[in-house]
Design a protein around this ligand. Sequence first.
Ligand SMILES: [Zn+2]
Length: 296
Amino acid sequence: MERESLLLLLMTLLGGLALQPFVWWPFGGAAKLAPMQLERRSWRRLWYPLVPPLLVAAWLCGWALREPDPVSDPLGRWVLGAACAPFGLIFARAAGRAVWSLLRDPIDCGVSTVGLIQPQVVFSPFLAKRLDDGVIRAALAHERAHAIHRDPLRIWLAQLVTDLQWPWPWAAKRLEVWLEALELARDDEARAEGADGADLAAAVLESVRYLERITTVPPDMRLTGTQLAHARLIGDAGALRKRVSRLLTPLPQDPCGSSAGAERAGLLLIPLLLTALVLGTVYGERVMRLLLGMTS
Ligand SMILES: [Zn+2]
């Protein structure tokens, strides 16, 4: 079999197997952290289950570097293809939904931030004419915070990571916890930049009323089961009560918290992947001979 074809099949099979024990990773929504810290921690938790499959993929790349092309495959293309079909279908579904979320017609969300590479704030003129200047400024501050952090791209990636772990409910719960923390964090950021909490709460509530007027589908149902590729002002409508009551209380003294630990955790992945790649080149053939009876 061609080396690259075999590598792809093995990545799908072994990567999919490596992912399964980690889809249970706790979502940790009850932590008493500042929203910006909780957002960063929830973001990392979305990605932790993907670390083992990435290490497996790096290790397999290391193994493939030392293999001849074509490579001997004692199991055969069809046996391997059938073994990795369940994971292949899940991965294909995730990729299809990710592409569809980019191609579909945009939904009118009242106020939202769209664009993966160069995010832009979209403000419905029909909603804007119902709002005072201060309320509009508060809504724009919230959306500008989404744009600064490239949240449409992050939301799109988070949905893709969640879809890769379909159909397990823990991944969807991790996404839900992160999206809720994301909105609270952007609220705090907007307020730290001078937006008034009461104005922001008014913008959120008026957006909800606007969405109820333009559609028969309740605002929270517009998110459920829908692929996401944009950040909205109202976020998850299920968390609205908590969010509005937070906006009407004073902003905490240190809304940002520390991010040093998060940056260190992200940097650890690079040496881990390189180590897996090197181990693959050194021990790959021996392990594959034991696993699949392969000879070069
Ligand atoms: Zn938002």
